[in-house]
Write a protein that binds this ligand. Structure first.
Ligand code: GLC
Ligand code: MN
Ligand code: MN
Length: 411
């Protein structure tokens, strides 16, 4: 085949994207509580070992393109849109006004705001550093974000303490650091209560997001479970206002069964928000689009969330690969990610109403009888019934590949 000249490449990608078919309309996509982060669309493909492959894009372009795709909600870090020195100044007000205008124009709402407490040099020793002035600054940053959130009409604030930890051992005292971190959250919640009252709005839902490694080498709150313990530790003044934003990949990274991690959050009524993406266990944070690595596991995760009537946001916290162009981010990456999510969500509905699966569950729950004081009799009574576990797994695979609707391969 002859080389494909650059001028013809977009058309080729567009033709093949169309040939894939199966896309949902923007109107259909807007029915789901899907949130698009500023940073995901604006990611330029850079990393420690990677130079950027895409040009920068601002919030106007991101909001406009999300609107066209049918992503109904937008989320941001403070410094994704306002440079650090401009925070709390008139330039912040100008930007917030500009964002409001863009959201309105393209029919989006702001769902969530988050404070960047990891990139700037001021956070080299974390937002809960030893120096009291740094901690004062962190409190100010968190409360400033809460204020921005209220101005933009957000319902959620997310906290990702990725720099809360250390590179070298013995340098920080963990209990102090965690107490100081709690003070920051307490300041954010108190400010929220006051600002919400001033504005006649409900308070935000404050959501902690864990990641087991990176950027700190050792992280003090590495998993959603660690965060649950922290929320219920007695250090928080308003534990009722604080919950979790688990990220699918962040749980998978440490080897968790994501469904089990979500189950523990659900049991505590702390599943407030969910970052959706994909990747591999025990690797770094590759943030791949949902469903490209573990579609079967994703199907199972969504079955669980549907079963428990989770109605919070699904935040598209992934990174379009650096092999995708600026054009591709909005013409291929976001729409296909959204469509895989919708497909898996609808499929999860089919699982819940599937006759084979529901009869199997029912039979398993009925049990096979037997004598509750006799292990051998119980094992015997349930022996054949328990084969249903494997049959359920097979049925899920059939649903995933469409075999339950008669899709077959002739051999
Ligand atoms: C960073 C993290 C991401 C997190 C976000 C929220 O971008 O990589 O996982 O959700 O911050 O603060
Ligand atoms: Mn995340
Ligand atoms: Mn991640």
């Amino acid at each position: 085949m002859k080389p494909v000249p650059p001028a013809k490449q977009q058309a080729l990608v567009a033709r093949l994207t169309k040939a894939c078919g199966g896309g949902y309309s923007p109107k259909q996509r807007r029915k789901y509580f899907l949130t698009g982060p500023q940073w995901a669309a604006a990611y330029e493909g850079h990393a420690l070992f990677h130079a950027p492959t895409r040009r920068p894009v601002g919030y106007e372009e991101v909001i406009r393109e999300y609107g066209k795709i049918g992503i109904g909600y937008w989320a941001t870090h403070d410094t994704d849109v306002i440079a650090t020195p401009d925070l709390g100044t008139a330039r912040q007000d100008e930007t917030v006004a500009g964002i409001k205008k863009a959201l309105k124009k393209h029919g989006l709402q702001c769902s969530m705001v988050t404070t960047e407490t990891f990139h700037h040099a001021v956070f080299a020793a974390s937002p809960a550093a030893e120096a009291p002035e740094v901690r004062e600054y962190s409190k100010w940053r968190l409360t400033n974000t809460v204020r921005i959130g209220h101005e933009l009409g957000a319902q959620f604030a997310v906290y990702w303490p990725g720099s809360l930890g250390y590179q070298v051992q013995g340098a920080v005292e963990e209990t102090n650091t965690l107490r100081w971190y709690a003070e920051g959250l307490n300041a954010a919640c108190e400010a929220d209560i006051a600002i919400a009252r001033e504005n006649g709005r409900p308070t935000l839902k404050h959501c902690l997001e864990a990641k087991p490694f990176e950027p700190a080498a050792q992280i003090l709150l590495p998993s959603s479970d660690a965060m649950l313990a922290f929320i219920f530790s007695g250090l928080l003044k308003h534990p009722d206002m604080v919950g979790l934003n688990p990220e699918y990949l962040h749980e998978l990274m440490w080897g968790a069964a994501v469904r089990a991690a979500l189950a523990r959050a659900l049991l505590c009524n702390k599943l407030f928000h969910f970052d959706i993406n994909d990747g591999y266990p025990l690797k770094h944070d590759v943030d791949i689009g949902v469903g490209l690595v573990n579609p079967l596991d994703w199907l199972n995760v969504l079955v669980m969330l549907r079963t428990h009537a989770y109605n919070g946001p699904f935040n598209l916290d992934y990174k379009p690969p650096r092999t995708t162009s600026n054009q591709g981010v909005f013409s291929v990456s976001f729409p296909t990610t959204v469509d895989r999510f919708i497909t898996l969500w609808e499929m999860a509905g089919e699982v819940s109403s599937d006759a084979v699966i529901s009869q199997a569950y029912e039979a398993l729950r009925a049990g096979g009888g037997g004598d509750p004081r006799d292990a051998a009799s119980l094992a015997e009574a349930n022996r054949e019934l328990l084969t249903l576990h494997e049959l359920i797994a097979h049925r899920l695979f059939q649903i995933l590949v469409g075999a339950h609707k008669g899709r077959i391969y002739s051999v």
